[in-house]
Design a protein. Structure first.
Length: 316
C-alpha cells in the first residue's frame, strides 16, 4: 500500500507501526476510565474485542497469503469498537461485530487502507441494526464492578435515567450511563491532544469537525429555541468521533483542503442525524457515510486540480 497520500497522518519511515502504536496509546485514558467505572466486564470486553480482531486479521491474511501490516492497527480497531459498546454487551454480540468489521469490512476489501469505511464504526453500526435491543444494555458507572454475568446473557437496561439530572462535572468526567468509551470528555480530549502532540493526526481535522458541529448546533438551538449545544457536545460522543474515528485513513484519506471538507461534511451529517435520533447513530452513521463518500471527494479534488492546472498552463 502506498501511504504517501494517506493523511491525516505525518509520514515517517515506520509509518504503519508508528501510527498504530500512537493511536492505540491514545485510547489508554478512555479505556482506563471504562474499567474504573464498569470494572471487570469492561476489561474483558475490551481485551476480547481487541484480541479477536487481531486474530481474525491474522487468520485472514494467512489464508489470503497477504502481508500483515501491523497487529497494532487490529488491536486499535478492536479496542475502538469495544469502547462504542454498552457496558453490559454479551460476548457473542461483540464477537459478531468484530468478525463483521474484520472480515467483511477490512479483509474482503483488501486490508488496511483499502477498506471503504472505518471498520470499527461499520462494525458498531452492524450491531445497532442486527441487535437493536442491545442498545439498552447500559449500566450506572461505579456500580457492580465485579459483575460479569452480562457477558453471557446481556442486560435488560436501567430505569429512571435522565441525562438532565446530572451535574456538568459528572458529564465532563463521564459519570453517567453511556457506552464504554464515549462519555468521559476529559479523557477523550487527552487522547486527542496526545495524537496531535505526537504528530500522528493533523490538528485542523478535529478542529474543523468540532467547530462546524458546534456552529451548526448553535444554529439549530436558535432556530428551535433550545439550548442543547453544551449538553450535545459533552454527551453525544462527537469528541470520540473527532479523536478516534476521523483519524482513521479509511475515513479521511487525504490532507489539506480535502480533509477539511470531509470533516465539515461529517459535522453536517452529525447534526442532521442528531435532530432525528440519538445514541450510537450520531457517532457512527456520519463516519460511515463520510467514508463511503471518500471516493467522491477524491475524484472532485482531482477534477478541480486538473482544471486549475490546465488554466494555469494555457497561454494568453
Amino acid at each position: 500500500m502506498n501511504m504517501k497520500h494517506s493523511a491525516p497522518f505525518i509520514h515517517t519511515e515506520m509509518n504503519d507501526s508508528y501510527i498504530s502504536i500512537v493511536h492505540l496509546i491514545s485510547l489508554i485514558p478512555v479505556m482506563a476510565v471504562a474499567v474504573v467505572y464498569y470494572g471487570v466486564r469492561a476489561a474483558i470486553l475490551i481485551l476480547f474485542c481487541a484480541g479477536v480482531f487481531a486474530a481474525s486479521d491474522d487468520i485472514c491474511t494467512r489464508v489470503r497469503d497477504h502481508r500483515h501490516d501491523s497487529y497494532l492497527s487490529s488491536l486499535f480497531y478492536g479496542s475502538a469498537f469495544a469502547l462504542l459498546l454498552p457496558p453490559d454487551t454479551p460476548l457473542y454480540i461483540a464477537l459478531a461485530g468484530v468478525l463483521f468489521g474484520s472480515i467483511v469490512i477490512r479483509q474482503l476489501s483488501g486490508g488496511r487502507g483499502s477498506a471503504l469505511i472505518n471498520p470499527a464504526a461499520a462494525a458498531r453500526l452492524f450491531i445497532r441494526i442486527v441487535f437493536p435491543d442491545n442498545e439498552c444494555a447500559l449500566s450506572f458507572p461505579g456500580q457492580s464492578r465485579t459483575y460479569i454475568r452480562s457477558l453471557l446473557i446481556g442486560s435488560r437496561g436501567i430505569a429512571g435515567f435522565d441525562i438532565n439530572d446530572y451535574y456538568p462535572s459528572e458529564l465532563i468526567t463521564g459519570r453517567y450511563p453511556s457506552f464504554l468509551g464515549t462519555a468521559c470528555a476529559f479523557m477523550m480530549l487527552a487522547g486527542l491532544i496526545y495524537l496531535i502532540a505526537k504528530k500522528a493526526y493533523k490538528f485542523y481535522i478535529p478542529l474543523a469537525y468540532i467547530a462546524m458541529t458546534v456552529m451548526l448546533s448553535l444554529i439549530a438551538d436558535a432556530y428551535l429555541d433550545t439550548s442543547n449545544t453544551k449538553m450535545f457536545l459533552l454527551t453525544s460522543g462527537v469528541l470520540f468521533t473527532s479523536a478516534y474515528l476521523l483519524s482513521d485513513d479509511e475515513t479521511v484519506r487525504q490532507y489539506g483542503v480535502v480533509s477539511i471538507v470531509q470533516a465539515f461534511f461529517c459535522a453536517v451529517l452529525t447534526v442532521l442525524v442528531s435532530v432525528k435520533t440519538s445514541g450510537i447513530d450520531v457517532i457512527v452513521v456520519p463516519v460511515v457515510v463520510t467514508g463511503v463518500m471518500t471516493g467522491v471527494f477524491d475524484y472532485a479534488e482531482r477534477v478541480i486540480r486538473s482544471t486549475w492546472e490546465e488554466k494555469l498552463h494555457v497561454k494568453p
